[in-house]
Design a protein around this ligand. Structure first.
Ligand SMILES: [Zn+2]
Length: 403
């Protein structure tokens, strides 16, 4: 049996008035996923444990079979693993976004315009981070450039007692009440404030502004954590597998779990990502002998954060056509018995433009089972009415692999 998880980041949503009180998932034209839902099983899963914040780190750990209550030690150390940054037990890591802040007010009164600085290219942001590295690094605090707007800071023997707020949690609002807090937060705050003075008129940002693009005119530090230790996926489940994604966080979880991280050229985590390349990579991994492949697609989440309803619907449709369909076709052609699990990690509702903690729908299809329910659709409501519910999200993977 081969096992394929298609993780559609942020896909689930709320009922939206302009859609006739339907969700993006309900109105999207997704014939391939619908077909799997008609032949498969729909259910509901609580990927974010009560009391934990609904981040992709927490939720994806659950979906990969690792209870976040035990294994979650912060988001940025997972990203560090993917970036190949070796951590010591004493290191404290931080996610460092390059973001777009409004220009005119004093730093504390600026508005968080864009947590992704217009989904800036890795090439441009790398130059900015290397510039900040030169200007702001000290003996203890080091900067590492990552993918697009997502970078890393490592603080040797750093403190952990912070309240740091992700920038996508207060888009369009003043930063005033979201600035770093805690005993040593002044050090991070100073770096953020200085970064604005260094970056706002950097040639890369002048050129971005001329092109009508959001400048990456400040860093925003959050996602603190320490080096985690995940049990080997192979030992836990007896399966060999791979992870395919555009984001360091997901690769990091995969690498720490002992899965192969397959790079895909042109994978950006947006609606313009290389969907075909991801499907091809997943098919190749399975046909080359992997038992399990985890395909992570970020686009609906990004659209949710941007408040882009049309983009969110469209990206779900593209994933149906360019990921689910070719993967399923390839499995049929190869004559392999297989199961597919499709689900989001968490909801990224258009209305709130950030993640929420409600349970999410899943669908499991098993090619060796013969059932058909014409009325089945894959949606939040169908899942809520299914009577199937995993209150501990990490148990779903075991069920998917063993049932
Ligand atoms: Zn998100």
């Amino acid at each position: 049996m081969k096992y394929i998880t298609v993780l559609v980041d942020g896909m689930a949503d709320y009922e939206i008035e302009s859609l006739g009180n339907k969700t993006p998932l309900q109105v999207a034209n997704i014939p391939n996923i619908t077909n799997l839902a008609q032949k498969g099983e729909i259910g509901l899963v609580q990927t974010v444990p009560k009391g934990m914040s609904p981040g992709s780190d927490t939720a994806n750990l659950s979906v990969m079979g690792y209870a976040p209550e035990i294994y979650h030690t912060g988001r940025s150390p997972l990203e560090a693993a993917s970036m190949g940054v070796e951590l010591l037990e004493t290191d404290v890591t931080f996610r460092c976004n390059v973001v777009t802040l409004s220009e005119d007010e004093p730093y504390d009164e600026k508005t968080m315009i864009d947590h992704s600085a217009g989904e800036i290219s890795s090439e441009e942001s790398k130059e900015l981070i290397l510039f900040l590295k030169k200007e702001l690094e000290n003996e203890f605090i080091k900067y590492y450039p990552g993918v697009s707007y997502r970078h890393l800071i490592v603080w040797d023997n750093g403190p952990l007692e912070f309240t740091l707020i992700p920038p996508h949690d207060f888009l369009g609002q003043k930063v005033t009440s979201y600035l770093p807090q805690g005993p040593n937060s002044g050090i991070l705050y100073d770096m953020m404030k200085k970064s604005f003075d260094l970056l706002n008129n950097h040639p890369i940002n002048i050129s971005r502004k001329e092109k009508g693009l959001n400048p990456a005119n400040s860093i925003w530090i959050w996602g603190e954590g320490k080096k985690p230790k995940l049990d080997s996926f192979n030992e836990k489940f007896g399966l060999k597998g791979s992870v395919i994604s555009a984001v360091d966080l997901i690769y990091g979880i995969g690498i720490l779990a002992g899965l192969k991280a397959i790079p895909v050229e042109g994978a950006t985590g947006t609606i313009h990502t290389n969907f075909d390349g991801k499907a091809t990579a997943a098919i190749k991994a399975i046909l080359d002998g992997d038992d399990f492949v985890y395909i992570h697609l970020e686009a609906p989440d990004e659209c949710g954060h941007q408040g882009d309803l049309d983009g969110k619907i469209k990206s779900i449709e593209i994933i149906d056509e360019k990921i689910v369909k070719p993967v399923q076709n390839a499995m049929e052609k190869a004559g392999e018995a297989y199961r597919i699990l499709i689900l989001p990690d968490h909801r990224t509702p258009i209305k709130i433009r950030t993640h929420s903690s409600e349970p999410v729908p899943y669908v499991i299809y098993d090619s060796t089972l013969d059932s058909f329910k014409e009325e089945n659709r894959f949606s939040e409501m169908a899942a809520e009415n299914s009577g199937k519910f995993f209150s501990a999200g990490h148990e779903l993977l075991n069920y998917f692999l063993q049932k």
